[in-house]
Design a protein around this ligand. Structure first.
Ligand SMILES: NC(=O)c1ccc[n+]([C@@H]2O[C@H](COP(=O)([O-])OP(=O)(O)OC[C@H]3O[C@@H](n4cnc5c(N)ncnc54)[C@H](O)[C@@H]3O)[C@@H](O)[C@H]2O)c1
Length: 242
């Protein structure tokens, strides 16, 4: 399968290009805004994997829809308008969108949902995420996915960190704390804090290959599927929320 890699000069993009042949793909285009890379992709591409920048997504996903090829979207931090463009394209082509393509995180999502259901509203939920110092958005897409998975009632208020006179912690709040530093690839901890005990569910990514491998798996899964917006839950057959 010939694939266009978006954000090809970036950390994820370089990994995807390196791994492509071992995953059964040829590179149709290495797209990036830096010199020496392709400015876009054309009919040679049979699929697209996008780990670039959110501003690039509307144009690229529309191009994929025009070419009728599947789109695997890993880029995070999309605005509402940018997300709308993805939703529109998903009416024409299969789009897989996930804030985290690792198998482990998708299993974690499943475990978080089950823990939240079993423990109930008496346990306060907090999420801590840590990424390398170069990450440009916060909180991570994965932390938001975990918060949604933990929000069993659908009514929780998501809070980004805390500062100053916060008052007592209200029930029904899920706070996300973003740590940044060094070369950390991606750590996520979900804490369920009761009065007498605490449960912590932790995932640590050790290599970007875990994301790249999942993205290739999503691309092959999406090939030939009917149009729609899919998640890794669909790809892996897991019953976890998006
Ligand atoms: N979903 C996942 O599993 C997952 C995993 C890792 C990273 N990410 C996300 O993927 C994205 C990239 O992450 P990274 O760590 O590789 O970042 P990075 O900054 O190393 O790479 C991003 C690349 O995109 C390029 N770029 C910027 N604007 C562009 C445009 N208009 N067109 C094409 N390319 C453009 C940049 O030049 C850069 O080379 C981020 O949004 C990150 O949060 C998602």
């Amino acid at each position: 399968m010939k694939v266009a890699i978006l954000g090809a000069a970036g950390r994820m993009g370089r990994m995807l290009c390196e791994m492509a042949s071992s995953q059964g793909c040829e590179i149709a285009a290495k797209v990036d805004v830096v010199p020496g890379f392709d400015a876009g992709f054309g009919p040679g591409a049979e699929g697209v994997i996008d780990f670039s920048h959110h501003s690039a997504v509307p144009g690229a996903v529309a191009k994929a829809a025009e070419l009728s090829v599947p789109y695997v979207l890993g880029t995070t931090g999309l605005s509402e308008d940018e997300q709308k463009c993805v939703d529109e394209a998903a009416a024409k082509i299969p789009v897989v969108q996930s804030g985290n393509y690792s198998l482990g995180v998708n299993v974690l999502l499943d475990l978080v949902r089950r823990a939240a259901e079993a423990l109930g509203p008496g346990y306060d939920i907090e999420i801590a995420e840590m990424h390398h110092r170069r990450k440009k958005d916060a909180p991570s897409g994965t932390a938001l996915m975990l918060a949604k998975a933990a929000d069993v009632s659908g009514g929780a208020a998501f809070v980004n960190g805390r500062c100053g006179e916060t008052g007592e912690r209200p029930r029904g709040e899920i706070a996300i704390h973003a740590l940044r530093g060094g070369g950390v690839i991606g750590d996520h901890t979900v804490v369920f804090a009761g009065e007498r005990e605490r449960v912590e569910l932790v995932h640590r990514a050790q290599s970007r290959e875990a994301f790249a491998e999942g993205a290739f798996r999503a691309l092959f899964w999406a090939k030939g599927r009917k149009p729609g917006l899919y998640s890794m839950r669909d790809v892996l057959g897991l019953d976890a929320p998006r």
